[in-house]
Design a binder for this molecule. Structure first.
Ligand code: ADP
Ligand code: MG
Length: 381
């Protein structure tokens, strides 16, 4: 059986990666020229994929630059972050694990790392430190990439995914100051810091009173355009000996509001159902299947919002604009104008809604379709 050309759930950087020519060029140039870059967009629009794609290109073309990518999503406390940071940098600095052990022993002045290495060193190498020592000498770890780079005459590009996760650590404020103070002096290391929590990321990087203000280029990643999606979908069907008309292909990004993950997921379902040529039936069924598959998540999301927030979502999805007008507040039971303002802020900070060209909309297009069906009995088409 042929493999589906559509991928969702993991990052895409080669075959299923479409377009983003300008975005790739901008990121590539920034990173090569030593410009720290922060990328912000709602989750599942394509940040990790974009970074992976550009880093693959850099790895192929620039032998003198070592790259490190750490996903902070799974890291839950500061010491773990520092240990992973140190281990990954040492690993990236050489292709030989013998060098890692040597570096682990030679590079530190104040800290004494415990090196652990398994039977398959490339997957099983880590450093750990005495926690009290680590607390006292964080700078040594934060400066590690620059010291290795100088010593080995190499450069580093360090990518920290879901960076805003660090802000959940209890002593983040201090760590933040330290990171900034050390990293801004690094001449041979470039940082790419990206994350999905728009509110937190903007607070970290765009607030003049915060240490990371003006750390580098802030890149607000946009959605992939309809034209690019349509070309990509038509070509992917064609390459796998199936066919979709331009009109039907255009329906997919339209339904999913160009949201990267959902366009791929819906395309995948349609591709699976199609023998030769896509008909409207396959699209209808696939959309139902997609929403059905995601329903448990949407139900959970709904349970976590208060009743006035839910009412505000009803007003937003029903295309209301004047939320604090008496008429709208009464019709949807939104409470007082203060309630409306507070709830808007909450929903924005929790990444449920955002403002596009002055208009509030739900961030998740399939959740919106589910919501409209649930509360207004509106059909998907
Ligand atoms: N350039 C791209 N071309 C095609 N699909 C993409 C692209 N970028 C992302 N996607 C789709 O979106 C999904 C989420 O992408 P990801 O990079 O993990 O987003 P983020 O890091 O912003 O959460 C991927 O699994 C893939 O299906
Ligand atoms: Mg990501």
């Amino acid at each position: 059986m042929k493999q589906s050309p559509f991928i969702y759930g993991s990052t895409v950087s080669s075959n299923s990666f479409t377009n983003r020519v300008e975005d790739s060029r901008r990121l590539y140039n920034n990173l090569l020229q030593g410009i720290n870059t922060m990328i912000i967009s709602p989750r599942r629009w394509g940040k990790s994929s974009l970074v992976e794609k550009v880093i693959n290109d850099i790895n192929q073309k620039e032998k003198n630059i070592k790259t490190v990518t750490i996903d902070l999503f799974t890291i839950s406390y500061e010491e773990e972050f520092l240990e992973v940071f140190a281990s990954k940098i040492i690993q990236a600095s050489s292709s030989k694990w013998e060098d890692w052990v040597k570096s682990g022993k030679e590079l530190f002045k104040q800290l004494i790392p415990k090196i652990s290495i398994g039977t398959d060193p490339s997957n099983d190498f880590s450093l750990s430190f005495n926690l009290n020592e680590l607390k006292k000498h964080k700078n040594e770890i934060l400066n590690l990439p620059e010291s290795i780079a100088k010593k080995k005459r190499i450069k580093f590009i360090i990518n920290l995914d879901e960076f805003q996760n660090l802000a959940n650590f209890p002593e983040y404020n201090l760590l933040e100051k330290r990171m900034r103070a050390n990293w801004q002096r690094h001449k041979k290391v470039t940082y790419c810091l990206y994350g999905s929590k728009k509110h937190m990321m903007t607070e970290i990087f765009n607030n003049p009173s915060k240490p990371f203000y003006r750390f580098g280029d802030i890149f607000l990643l946009k959605k992939i355009t309809t034209e690019n999606w349509v070309n990509f979908i038509i070509k992917s069907f064609k390459d796998t000996n199936k066919e979709i008309s331009k009109k039907n292909a255009a329906l997919i990004p339209k339904l999913m509001k160009n949201h990267s993950w959902y366009v791929q997921q819906l395309s995948h379902y349609i591709w699976q159902k199609t023998e030769n040529r896509v008909t409207r039936n396959e699209i209808d069924d696939s959309l139902k299947e997609l929403i059905y598959a995601n329903t448990p998540l949407y139900q959970k999301d709904i349970e976590s919002v208060s009743s006035t927030q839910l009412n505000l979502l009803k007003a937003i999805t029903n295309n209301e604009k004047q939320f604090t007008s008496n008429k709208v507040m009464q019709k949807y039971k939104l409470g007082t104008p203060q309630n409306v303002i507070k709830n808007k802020k909450k929903l924005i900070n929790n990444d449920v809604i955002h403002v596009v060209d002055g208009v509030y909309e739900l961030i998740d297009p399939a959740f919106e379709l589910w919501f409209l069906k649930q509360f207004y009995n509106k059909d998907y088409f």
